[in-house]
Design a protein around this ligand. Sequence first.
Ligand SMILES: [Zn+2]
Length: 464
Amino acid sequence: MKKIVFLFLTFFISCALFSQEYKRIDLKFNEITNITKGEIDISADSVVAKTSFLLETKPIFCDFKNGFTGIAPLCDMFSTQKDSFFVYVSVSKDSSEWSAWERIISDKIAKKHHFVGLLTTEEGFHFVKFLWNAELLPENQVVIKNFSVDFFYSGKSSPQMIQQREEVKKRLDEIKKNASNQKSVPCPPFLTREMWNCPEAFPTNYTPTQTQVSHIIIHHTETRNSASDWMQEVRTIWQFHVYTNGWSDIGYNFLIDPEGVIYEGRDRTSQFVDVVGAHALTANYHSMGISFLGNYVSIIPTNDALSSSYELLGWKCFQRNIDPEGKSTLTGNSVTHTNLNHIAGHRNINNTECPGEALYNFLPEIRTKTYNLINGIPNEVEQFRNLEIEILPLRDSNGFSLSVLNVKNLEINIRIFDISGRILISKSFSKSVENQSFTNFSKGIFFIEISTLKQKIVKKWVNF
Ligand SMILES: [Zn+2]
């Protein structure tokens, strides 16, 4: 019996493995060049241009049975003029009918290549061609070297998986409709890695690094905004992160598709554990990366995706006592980011356009809606917002002075905890608190919990 089970398992695992394909093709410039304009010096290994130029490649063929679901061009690119170099891509099923040229933006996180970007597609495409274009001012030059293309095929989602996704979406929609009078914000239903058929972490002995989230970083995947199979799209992004970027696993901690379905990203052991992703270069520690599937430079995110983000953010902010509208310092792996919004855009940390201008403009609304969700405030009624808190250190007396303003005569409860969770002080005030002193603390970290009937905020305070 054991043997049969083992055989069955082997068969199942092989099927899962064979459903995806990956291939890298290294190309020689002088063999693939088709059309050029401008003064260009083309050899097998490099392209050197001293004027503005345009170079189009011949069609490059990928022999996957069902075509590719994603391609990633990679090259080393050196330009003496900033922001002068553009890469466009076009795909075809049969090499006669071609898609419109689409610009590929270089993913600035990947260090291994100077230029690397991703284009995702439906199944059935076998051909790709590229267009390089540089607009150079006099006495500048561009050098391109080491050109390769990565091809991905991430497998079809089975009818059972599609059914499961529908069920998860239905449960999430139900929760959104019955917005809360709850005392906590539970983790919203999402597709687990098993449900979207995520391949094993790579290499398989990879163990995620645990961290504790203090900030949430919003991204977009910079890929297409409509797809017939979003689970397949997530798997293609996994392939890009693992095979092209050389990461151990998908970079984001969570992803949200335009229909509002949430996907578990980087592996973690339980919902109580935060793990370090690969999404914000200098700020992967202590942060959670949430990526909206799609490109939101000029297209606004869907209501379904936004409302799912409130649930996901609300859960994490509630769990980790993060004020969604607050700011604090994020100590990343190497760099300290001061005064960073607890819910920030990728561009607030690294030199990138991510999460796209249109999505970035929604961040204030995302923060407010998340805040309201945690505090049980229906989104139309916001009279309890604007709880303004000011904490000023009183160095000489080892304490601080606290003001809580603008709360319209609500009773305010203040509790102060030490790092082990012991309550040191518990006090109630019948209305706004003005310059109330709390003194004689020992050195160390303390938590100040400020709550009203409608909301609870916890601030960390350190007595240095
Ligand atoms: Zn990003």
